[in-house]
Design a protein around this ligand. Sequence first.
Ligand code: GLY
Length: 597
Amino acid sequence: MRFGRISGLVVSTFAFTAPAFAQETADAVAPEGASEGQVQALTEEVIAAVEAKLAGVPVQSENWMVAAANPLAVEAGGKILRAGGSAADAMVAVQVVLGLVEPQSSGLGGGAFLVWYDAASDQMTTLDGRETAPLAATPTLFHDENGEPLKFFDAVVGGLSVGTPGTPALLEEAHRRWGRSPWPGLFTDGIRLADEGFLVSPRLAALAANDAERLARFPAAAEYFLPGGEPLQQGLRLMNPDYAETLRVLAADGAAGFYGGDIAAGIVNTVRTAPGNPGVLSGTDLALYQVIEREPVCATYRSYEVCGMGPPSSGALTVGQILGMLDSYDLAAMGPESVEAWRLIGEASRLAFADRGRYMADSDFVPMPTEGLVDPAYLAERADLLNAESALIDVAPGNPAFDHAANWADDVSLELPSTSHISIVDSYGNVLSMTTTIENGFGSRLMTNGFLLNNELTDFSFRTHNNGVPIANRLEPGKRPRSSMSPTIVMQDGAPVLAIGSPGGSRIIGYVAKSIIAWADWGMDVQQAVSLPHLVNRFGTYDVELGTAAEGYVDALTTLGFEVSPRDLTSGLHAIEIGEQLSGGADPRREGIALGE
Ligand code: GLY
């Protein structure tokens, strides 16, 4: 155990306690740490939760638990749960505070997917609050005047990339279905913190400094994130009166106050007048926005059913495919230090990503072989490909059962890490897993009414066709871009046993799959599972987490024929195990905590 001093408190710095990774990598993957001011401002419970994370042990509780990316947001959710609110109520309070204190990752200007286990009815429901492409958008939105795809950041920054936000409608819909607390009270902490100010966290300060050039392009974002021309400083008390006003409108008028009136007008005006890169979002797009309930997608893994969000997210299908292919391999016997285990995980992931690139998109717009992709017989066939001594040379999509004739070309659209994940269990036994995003860090960099607007449309494939064959995830008006967000609830014998999810672009899928394997096969507790160093394979490169014990696999994986790339892998996993007690884990790579009573 190593010790560091934060704000006069002695706290242990992060060290792996997972038996497999006994090699301490504390400094290399240490969290960005709580700022001095933050620790002083927080309650004893929150400080204890920070200490638990830093010590690598799960937080335990009897009645309820909330795990999310910022202590102030977690505390807001905890207050609601303590007062008898449901997980849906607490989620609203968490999300509105996250949109203030972690504005670069998620907020009212973005979208989210929510997975809900309802204890009273023993039902699982998934809600799709994904952004939609404006009705005036065409498939060639991200093409230049020569018909060539724009460079990624030329498309991201400005109005062109902004989809119709879904998060405010999702908050209202979740509360309408499962809320127990009065709606206006869910905004109390968000409004107070926006009015009185909050202390800028180390992560927000570092990310604003890193992104200063892009943020400087638009006056509202520049004024807020670069006050006086300088990036926000850690520990600065930052107020956001415009956001407080937006929350007051939401608290009083519900989502209608967001999708119509002054807030909507501000969004549309900001998008359509963005200097250099105006977009096409309209008041009609906002007025027509709908949350969609969808069938959960579940895949069998060992004695578990791993359930999550179906299309337009590729999350549950791809996590399910990876786990389904690995089901016939005894990873438990191999253990987490086995090169063979990581070969299998990496290859299963490559095969799953090949199917993802070919088949997965918004199933309201393109026919998808959703059931075929997680059919155990199909996955067993794909799993046979893993019977090899070295890395597969050719990784191609398979042929899942499909009741529709379709010919799709492969898509390799880019998704960069950002986003945020919330896991909550309430005292009634309800479980919520929600991943929420504005896509890139700081989204489109456009800000209005105190919040940032998303750049979710760049999750579409910029190319519409390859060699004349259409790409399933091409942009179409009203369509939802394919996502990798993987909010997950794991079931066993008909009861929920784990809620988990992460940010991280398309690496989300690998982070979530790996953590479930660590927990289910390698006997790690939730904190060990989320802290375990990452090895992630998507399109072929085997990414290993820089500065951790994962780097110890570089030579062995290279010898097997993988192209290995050590790099920062900043997940933000938040997990709650539901057993005799609740047990929470928060990712040491970000600023979140798990809190319960
Ligand atoms: N924008 C990240 C995702 O939806 O996967």
